[in-house]
Design a protein around this ligand. Sequence first.
Ligand SMILES: NC(=O)C1=CN([C@@H]2O[C@H](COP(=O)(O)OP(=O)(O)OC[C@H]3O[C@@H](n4cnc5c(N)ncnc54)[C@H](OP(=O)(O)O)[C@@H]3O)[C@@H](O)[C@H]2O)[C@H](O)CC1
Ligand SMILES: [K+]
Length: 507
Amino acid sequence: MKLLSPAQTRALDQATSKAQGITSLELMERAATTLLDWLLTTLQPTYTTPIHLFCGPGNNGGDGLALARLLHEAGYVAHVWLLPAERYSADFTANRHQLPDGISCQELDTARLPDLPAGAVVVDALFGAGLNRPLTGLAAAVVAYLNAAAAFTVAVDIPSGLFADAAQEPDSAVVQAQYTVSFELPKLAFLLPQNAGFVGEWHILPIGLEPVVIHKTAVDNYYVDAAFLQGRLPARPKFSHKGTFGHALLLAGSRGKVGAAVLAASACLRGGVGLLTVRVPEVGYFILQTTVPEAMCLTDPAPDFLTELPDLQPYAAVGMGPGLGQAEASREVLRQLLHKAKVPLVLDADALNLLGANRDLLDLLPPDTLLTPHPKEFERLTGEPARDDYHRLEQLRAFTRQRRCYCVLKGAYTVLATPDGIIYFNSTGNPGMATGGSGDVLTGLLLALRADKRLSPLNAALLGLYAHGRAGDLAARETGEAGLVAGDLVRFIGPALQELMASPHRL
Ligand SMILES: NC(=O)C1=CN([C@@H]2O[C@H](COP(=O)(O)OP(=O)(O)OC[C@H]3O[C@@H](n4cnc5c(N)ncnc54)[C@H](OP(=O)(O)O)[C@@H]3O)[C@@H](O)[C@H]2O)[C@H](O)CC1
Ligand SMILES: [K+]
């Protein structure tokens, strides 16, 4: 799914009205009807549940007014609270006039605010995508009042006070919603950790906006769901053999961290690689040969950490980093790898820390290298702390453009940035995956997909991120989130990839 800016969303609304021969008021009615359905199904209010709708002066307020009417007509108790303003949008005014006589409708002032007990529902329709400055005065006071109340809050389109795709000043007045219900496509703001306390759980309701116009709209940010990946993972050909899927080399492990090599190696095998050779120091030989018998083990002459780069000739892709440690000799192995590699590279964990501590090595990165830092490792790569999540995204775009690489940034919505500066937000995964070894599993899986010559660097990375998160979701069904360990992810990589695999008989 594409993430559109507010200006692009407005243009899409207008193009939809034109193409479908409907007025913007009719589109608003469609949005409100879908919203009504969602609200009744998800919140299941009773006919006595008080539902307070706070409506601002624009079309977000118009959505709130239309919803209030529909709720009233369906027999629910709707109270409308209007925010006084100098100007009101045309569709707000039209819906204001359509409010039935029996509905309670009052203008807000600080002396007249409703009681909002725990059983009440608040619908926040004060401001939506048209917000163009921070909230002040009465609007800010109302937001503070709503945030202090015990009621259950549903934000229409976006929590009021939150910008759709830009940071707001710290301590700005922003509604803290339990649910945010938006239309057709998600907004960038929903995907950033700094906004989690405002957005709550978000839902997208389709309202029939024109797909052709969405298709033609150029964006820098995408949200990757299963539909987005459809057809990107080809089925395994009937007459394939182990050479078809590539021979990968994994450089990993040091004394006390051989487990990271084991997890990455197991994930690489479950990721469908044809052959896997793991380079570990002597200390890892017995462990690896017994826990991952499917992998070949090529030991380094040193006992505790890697000191020599093996001949790279046989390999289709090379991964380096899990459990590596940061010994000087291992740094030199990394330097040689960057100099010599002619095949795709996946760098993670200590390989990234070594890059961060020796930033001259970044100049050696071969094009299309895939890096998989978490935010702290990424900060070491750039050498500059991010001001906020938006700034971090811009740093990421600048980094991948400058280095011509692919970079994954791990988090609740793990993102992938490409050499063109396009960002993809992954949609799968759960908090149970914030556990030791989860990143090693991702590295192994990505290595397998990069070794598969049928996949572009972009598709390999997107499929890997999605399948990793999906494996976590499947595993958590069995283990619960708290009980999830990285080894569980490995077991579910196969089923996760199978779900994504294209049918050979479909277009
Ligand atoms: N496709 C869709 O998603 C649809 C969305 N709909 C809904 O429409 C809104 C967007 O409506 P819009 O009228 O453009 O914007 P708002 O309602 O958010 O804001 C209205 C005006 O408020 C003024 N404004 C902006 N910031 C502030 C502020 N901080 N304090 C006070 N006033 C503010 C501004 O006007 P000015 O002239 O004062 O600058 C805004 O224009 C979208 O969010 C959806 O809810 C459609 O209903 C269906 C399709
Ligand atoms: K809102």
